[in-house]
Design a protein around this ligand. Sequence first.
Ligand code: ADP
Length: 513
Amino acid sequence: MRKVLIANRGEIALRVIRACRELGLASVAVYSDADARAPHVREADEAVRLGAPPSSESYLRGDLIIAAAIASGADAIHPGYGFLSEREWFARAVRDAGLIWVGPPAEAIAAMGSKTAARTLAVSRDVPVVPGTTEALRDADEALKIAAEFGYPVLLKAAAGGGGKGMRVVREPSALAAALAAAQREAMSAFGDDAVYVEKYIEGPRHVEIQVLADTHGHYVSLGERECSVQRRHQKMIEEAPSPAVNADLRKAMGAAAVRVAKAAGYQNAGTCEFLLAPDEQFYFLEMNTRIQVEHPVTELVTGIDLVQWQLRIAAGERLPFTTSIDPRGWAMECRITSEDASNDFLPSTGRIEYLRLPGGPGVRWDSGIGVGSEVTLYYDPMLAKLIVWAPTRADAITRMHRALDELTIQGIETSREFHLRVMEDDEFCRGAIDIQWLERRLGSLTAAPAPREQVEAAAIAAALLAERDRQRRSPRSTVRAGEPLGGADGAGTRPELSPWARLARQHGLRDA
Ligand code: ADP
């Protein structure tokens, strides 16, 4: 493997380019017209235009992407996440074109592509799944019969589902028929497949997932869990590793279950088994994601293993150097910075990034696909960047995340920064008392309208005046005595001497006299 084409955009494209560079591999970016000046295009060694901004004319055009790989002399394709990453046909087409696919075999993608097939596979290896059916429902009568067996509430799910589409919670028999019809309709329009099955709806579980790595020589390892319970409309917003609810024994049991599923699917490369963890510590396999996950950095920070580099190494045929599971060290947390206005029902925000101040310092990692001048459009996912921190303990990680969010400034569009700050201040979150419904319950208080503008301005002015007085008190050149109002007792007293910097600024008209 010498040259890798990255069939993606944004932060994950940059993440893969960085891994390539560290491994001495050349990189080829692809882009749509909306991304012609995007950071991933600038950073790659080469870039190939795909087409117009809509994904269907650019990042989803497998034919153009394979042609770009061949034309640029790339010998491998990394799909990132989303777009074509979990399309069996694309993995196959890449292989048929004589290129290396940086991902699992097409057969493993297919085995995990249907939720019902994945459930059947898990059950065959004694991995617990949520009680429910593994066959598509024929009609409402059958659904009623099965739901009565498990007891309400139940969850209707699209077999081909993803992104929470085609899911319906049903709390009583009278609502079942209409919910089934709605779920089937939604599944048909989203996935072209109206197969819907039924599961028991688990109340108050956590979403805990296990990272797995498998090489092409039959070695499988679990790299521990990620806690992803902070979700809005089934979309993850904050992730961490480890989980506050998982101890060493549970980690071992869940890791072993994930490895059994991966083995049953003939899995290779990086993959993730998602579980629901009930309050009684019972865990249930949900599905396997056959690609790198958005939240992979938290696992990297607590294990010290570069997952994207290992995706490339495994695809090139390297053996895993560790064969036992790796225990987490310290605590890592990730906030997804999206172009959404949390105070306005997460309304998508578009525009140009006019100013960007990035957080830094100990334990801070910023994975982004934006820069000053980037245009944020509605064509793609609203996730702009991921702010990730590491610290020795969970409490320290929260403090550090708060500090880093405080440092972050993005001007030109609305972002989720403020929302994340409020989560870091929330006492339930700080206690780790979260489940997958927590955010929806808490959203009202977390996104309450900010204080009126005048109040914020008055507070800012007061803080600036206090800081100025403090500075003058400490300054030996100051002619203002402690306790004395600024400018002297009569308001017209002698002014403190100016620093050379301030004098310079004034000379150049940068500061008011
Ligand atoms: P998708 O592939 O559409 O994301 P998942 O099966 O991963 O669907 O489920 C999405 C989310 O829905 C999970 O992360 C969890 O929050 C919730 N969920 C799924 N199944 C259940 C269940 N049986 N009971 C309660 N919540 C569930």
